[in-house]
Design a protein around this ligand. Structure first.
Ligand code: PMP
Length: 394
């Protein structure tokens, strides 16, 4: 076994794809202490700055009085009043009848897809979907069809193909906002296709929840932006580890869907419930999303970053979300630029295959309402020479 492990790890290193943990020491705000140095982080998904918000931390500490852990699965002995309150708050924020908590977004996606479809059914997915949707689809035993990223014609071809072969269930699962590209799915048109081909639409709101929404449900996510309701987007998955700054996830939808998942989603049933303190912290975070102009501040920071980057002629992608990738292509280049940024005091994700397709390695810059304009200026001022240095090595 040792030989096998050594060989596979050596291969990863040779391909510049070896991943290492950065060990962080605690620091408040969009900063982290790495190897004794304080860095400004542009690599977290804490889009609203709620991970270190004093009210959230206080609520979580208070919640810990209920016990450090849930002590059992939700359906056995691990479901407290605070879980119920959080589920009700999520339903309110997303504009859905009900919601169900999961241990993580990964577990929610795997659980929902497997509860809804299986052998004899079809699951249709965008090629750039998150790994948890892809894995959920693969495990389900449903026939698995993919389409080119955000390509509505290619999607229709797959839906037609599935419908012609099948009189049963078809599930279309897409990210609302793509985690490594920051662009959005054309959800309104997708919902129309779903209606035409009698297909259920599942939207992964991991990067939309808390960040974007409609006038009525301003934090609900991308489906709300596209004007989709419980009927046209019946299955919403959202994580609590990103804009909510915490951990865990949820599915929101009709009361019937939530009752069904409570009975049939194995990743809900057969796992320990969310720690009550986490539920208390998340509940406070969702209240803050409703009460404070965090989304507006984030939008200002995104606009500021894009305007300043454009003025500096930096290569930006077509993303208006908090995720601003800089595509560099080559793994080695991405690592070199990220290293230079770190030397200059900034932590930015160096994203390489298999997280993204081969040849599309990139910096993943993420913005937060907690960033100051000065921190954004600092990053951009460091990025220009870092990019020039790799383009024209000495
Ligand atoms: N879906 C998407 C689009 C994601 O980006 C992520 C997290 N990277 C997940 C699901 C998984 O969520 P979690 O981290 O809560 O497991």
């Amino acid at each position: 076994m040792q030989d096998f492990l050594d060989a596979r790890l050596a291969e990863r290193r040779a391909q510049q794809l070896y991943r290492k943990h950065k060990v962080l020491a605690a620091a408040p705000g969009p900063v982290a202490e790495v190897d004794g140095r304080t860095l400004v982080t542009f690599s977290s998904n804490d889009y609203l700055g709620l991970a270190t918000h004093p009210d959230v931390i206080a609520a979580q500490q208070h919640g810990a009085a209920l016990g450090a852990g849930a002590t059992a699965s939700h359906l056995v002995n691990g479901h407290f009043d605070i879980h119920q309150q959080l589920q009700n708050k999520i339903a309110e924020v997303t504009g859905r009848e009900a919601a169900l908590l999961f241990g993580s977004g990964y577990m929610a996606n795997v659980g929902v897809i497997n509860a809804l479809v299986g052998r004899g059914d079809f699951v249709v997915q965008d090629k750039l979907n998150h790994a948890s949707l892809i894995d959920g689809g693969r495990i389900s035993g449903a026939q698995y069809l993919r389409f080119a990223h955000n390509d509505l014609e290619a999607l229709e071809v797959q839906l037609r193909r599935a419908r012609e072969k099948n009189s049963g269930k078809i599930l279309l699962a897409v990210d609302g906002v793509y985690s490594m590209d920051g662009d959005s799915a054309p959800l309104a048109q997708m919902a129309e296709l779903c209606q035409r081909y009698d297909t259920w639409l599942m939207v992964d709101e991991a990067h939309g929840f808390g960040v974007t929404g409609s006038a009525e449900n301003p934090s609900a996510g991308s489906a709300a932006v596209a004007g989709l309701d419980q009927h046209s987007a019946p299955i919403l998955m959202g994580t609590l580890g990103k804009a909510a700054g915490n951990a865990g996830a949820f599915v929101a939808g009709s009361r019937a869907l939530i009752e069904y998942l409570t009975q049939f989603a194995r990743t809900y049933i057969y796992t320990t419930g969310m720690p009550p303190a986490v539920a208390a912290g998340c509940l406070r975070a969702l209240e803050l999303m409703q009460q404070q102009p965090l989304r507006e501040t984030l939008q200002q920071r995104i606009d500021y970053f894009r305007q300043r980057a454009a003025a500096l002629q930096l290569p930006l992608e077509n993303s208006t979300s908090a995720i601003q990738p800089v595509l560099l292509g080559c793994e080695q280049t991405v690592l070199a630029v990220a290293e230079r940024l770190q030397e200059a005091g900034f932590l930015v994700g160096a994203i390489r295959p298999p997280t993204v397709p081969a040849g599309t390695a990139r910096l993943r810059i993420t913005l937060s309402a907690a960033h100051s304009e000065a921190q954004i200026d600092g990053l951009l001022q460091a990025l220009v020479p870092a990019l020039c240095a790799v383009e024209a090595p000495a």
